[in-house]
Each structure stands twice: as structure tokens, then as C-alpha cells.
Ligand binder design. Structure first.
Ligand code: DX5
Ligand code: ZN
Length: 214
């Protein structure tokens, strides 16, 4: 399992200390939630903060764009050092637009990801199985940390993993929202291989929490 702690829940008054704990925790990725105050009713981080994470860590920078204009912000965060860029299906228009942004992200040397909110059927992703390196299933309504896991994510993950297997593809399935040791086990059994966890990691001992998810 790849663990991607969400720095939405990091204590920024103790940033250096928490980052050195995170770097030594066994987590391989860092999940960076970009919210524009429009696609979701919350506002978070810009590219300069991502550059600071690049200086503080060699972990993979996993950028989750919760924005109305993924085309614009993909370039902004690619330039700032993102290794993975995931945008929302719900923010996009035609299939051509979705494929061309995925292609552009890959051409810049990053992994391309697409995400669906809890109310979006997972089958909307099936036409794009070859176009993405990562599929992010939201298990809470995007916008805030600390919400409870929605069980409907489990069936979505299982269905998507089956489709990928049928197609002979090995893309990542990432899950985001309400992940702890118990829900982490459920989604792992369903076929997820990247777990995002914010409050669970940063409100506990970071290393112990990460180890309980692996
Ligand atoms: C929510 C964000 C998540 C958030 C998860 O919109 O996308 O990454 O940090 O937080 P927890 O793990 O606390 O549910
Ligand atoms: Zn996220």
C-alpha cells in the first residue's frame, strides 16, 4: 500500500517537526489538497507552498485539484513540482477535453489522475481507463478533512478494479476521506492501493498511524 498523508491536517505551527516525522514515517507520498473556494466551499494552498514541500521532502507530491479550472491549475502545480496531478471529472466538459488534459499532464512527466465525488457514478470513468495512471475515489464530500467515511466507496473501488483487471491495466486506485486503520482495510480488500489520510495521521503519532495503514 502507498500511504499519502494529507497535509490539510498538518499542524502548520509545527511544520518543520511534523515534516521530519512524516519523512521518516514510511509514507511514500504527500497528498496536497488544492481548493479554490468555488469548486468546493473552502480555500487552501497555492504553488509556493508546494515548492516549500519540495524543499522539505523527497516524497512523491500528490496534488489533488478541487478547482473549477483544472486546465489552468494543472500547469501552475506542474511548474511548482507536482509528481501526480489529479483533477475532478465533475469540473470537466467533453471526453476530448478530459483526454487532452490527461495527455498534457503525462507529457510533463507527471502521473495523471481523475477523481469522482461520492455522488458521481464510477462508470463515468470506464471510457478513460487507458488515459489515466490513477483513479481517485472520494469517500467524503470534497472540501474538508475530518469527515466520516462513506461506505458507498467500497463498491465503487471493487467495480473499478474489476474493469481495470479485465482491461489488463494496473492503474492506481486511490481513496480519500475518512481513512483510518479500519476503513483502510476495507478499501484495500476492495482493490485500492493508495490511501490518503489526513486527520488520522496528523492527530495521532504520525509513524504509528502510517504503519497501521500499510
Ligand atoms: C477532502 C480532502 C482530503 C482530506 C481528507 O476534501 O480531499 O484529502 O484531507 O481528510 P481526512 O483523512 O481527515 O478525511
Ligand atoms: Zn484530497
Amino acid at each position: 500500500m502507498i500511504i499519502s498523508p494529507s497535509v490539510l491536517s498538518l499542524d502548520y505551527s509545527r511544520m518543520a517537526e511534523q515534516m521530519s516525522e512524516l519523512n521518516a514515517s514510511g509514507a511514500e507520498w504527500i497528498h496536497f489538497d488544492v481548493m479554490d473556494g468555488h469548486f468546493v466551499p473552502n480555500l487552501t494552498f497555492g504553488p509556493d507552498l508546494l515548492k516549500a514541500f519540495r524543499k522539505m521532502s523527497s516524497l512523491v507530491l500528490d496534488v489533488h485539484l478541487m478547482v473549477t479550472d483544472p486546465g489552468f491549475f494543472s500547469d501552475v502545480f506542474l511548474k511548482a513540482g507536482a509528481d501526480v496531478i489529479t483533477f475532478h471529472y465533475e469540473a470537466m466538459g467533453s471526453p476530448d477535453e478530459i483526454r487532452s488534459l490527461a495527455k498534457h499532464i503525462r507529457e510533463q512527466g507527471a502521473l495523471a489522475g481523475i477523481s469522482v465525488k461520492p455522488g458521481t457514478d464510477v462508470s463515468v470513468l470506464y471510457p478513460f481507463l487507458e488515459d489515466f495512471d490513477l483513479f481517485l475515489i472520494m469517500s467524503v464530500e470534497p472540501g474538508f478533512g475530518g469527515q466520516s467515511f462513506m461506505m458507498s466507496a467500497v463498491d465503487k473501488i471493487a467495480a473499478l478494479r474489476e474493469k481495470l483487471n479485465e482491461a489488463g491495466l494496473h492503474a492506481h486506485i486511490e481513496v480519500d476521506g475518512g481513512i483510518n486503520a479500519e476503513t483502510g482495510r476495507l478499501v484495500k480488500d476492495a482493490g485500492a492501493d493508495v490511501l490518503v489520510a489526513g486527520s488520522y495521521v496528523f492527530k495521532n503519532n504520525i509513524k504509528e498511524a502510517v504503519n497501521s495503514l500499510v
